[in-house]
Design a binder for this molecule. Structure first.
Ligand SMILES: [Zn+2]
Length: 273
């Protein structure tokens, strides 16, 4: 992360380095789901992405050299989910538990281990495109980040996926329910807000899982969205948020109740249109 890091080392006492016009326009062109320029939202996203770049450290893995274009592409997409949230945390406060972003050229083959009900340990390998853990760095596959403009039609976006996990993890649990603001959607208490969120998300999750089973086992209509979303509530929140941010019309057609829920939480640019 050569040039950004060079600038970052000298950043103390200075405002965050500005994202140049050419770099920013390039990112907007590459990722059409970002707010169009000129607009207030685009200016706000650019300012937030600048702060993000000043506070995070990028590391290229497996020989990948991080360029400014890569850093801006990741920063802009990572900031999109938190652009409109003002409570219970604001903007980059959602991402305050980590500094490092590790970028691989492509997917990574990771060794996994599970223990079954009989106590037997099973080891297997999994191809991962990204990873986020509580108080740890975010890992991303550059190939997937770079393809986000094309994969938006499928509702797929690895950066938003991993950073929504970070939002979900702010209360320590990857359970698909982020910390919610007081009075969320008219809820009278924090417990009621959480119940409301879970009722809506879990219902959509069950429906998605059912449709997926129908498609996979009985040749039903193929489902839109990554099947990985059916593995847990936490993954469903991350997978559905990707689609919500990069392909709102299709997402709303498929998951209207979630659009309302997510609008109330993310308060994204353009949601009132
Ligand atoms: Zn995930």
């Amino acid at each position: 992360m050569n040039r950004w890091l060079g600038r970052l080392r000298a950043r103390l006492q200075r405002p965050p380095p500005a994202i140049g016009e050419v770099l920013w326009q390039q990112a907007l062109l590459e990722f059409p789901f970002l707010p169009r320029s000129p607009s207030t939202q685009s200016l706000e996203l650019r300012a937030l992405a600048q702060q993000f770049l000043a506070g995070k450290e990028f590391h290229g893995a497996a020989g990948l050299a991080i360029t400014d274009t890569m850093a801006v592409a990741i920063a802009a997409q990572a900031c999109l989910p938190v652009l409109g949230i003002t409570a219970p945390r604001r903007g980059l406060d959602w991402y305050g538990d980590f500094v490092g972003i590790v970028v691989y050229p492509g997917t990574v083959r990771a060794k996994r281990e599970t223990i079954d009900d009989n106590g037997v340990v099973h080891q297997y390998h999994e191809e991962i495109r990204g990873e986020a853990m509580h108080q740890g760095p975010v890992m991303l596959s550059w190939q997937d980040v770079a393809g986000a403009g094309q994969s938006a039609a499928d509702g797929y976006n690895v950066v938003i996926h991993e950073f929504v996990h970070k939002i979900d993890l702010c209360d320590g649990a990857a359970d698909g329910c982020p910390p919610l603001p007081a009075g969320f959607m008219g809820a009278g208490s924090a417990a009621a807000a959480r119940r409301l969120w879970q009722d809506t998300l879990h219902r959509a999750y069950r429906d998605f899982s059912d449709r997926l089973s129908l498609a996979e086992r009985f040749g039903g209509a193929p489902v839109w969205l990554d099947a990985y979303g059916a593995t847990s509530h936490g993954e469903f929140f991350a997978v559905s948020s990707e689609a919500y941010f990069v392909n709102r019309p299709r997402f709303n057609a498929e998951f209207a109740q979630l659009t309302l829920l997510f609008d109330a939480f993310f308060n994204p640019p353009g949601s009132a249109d």
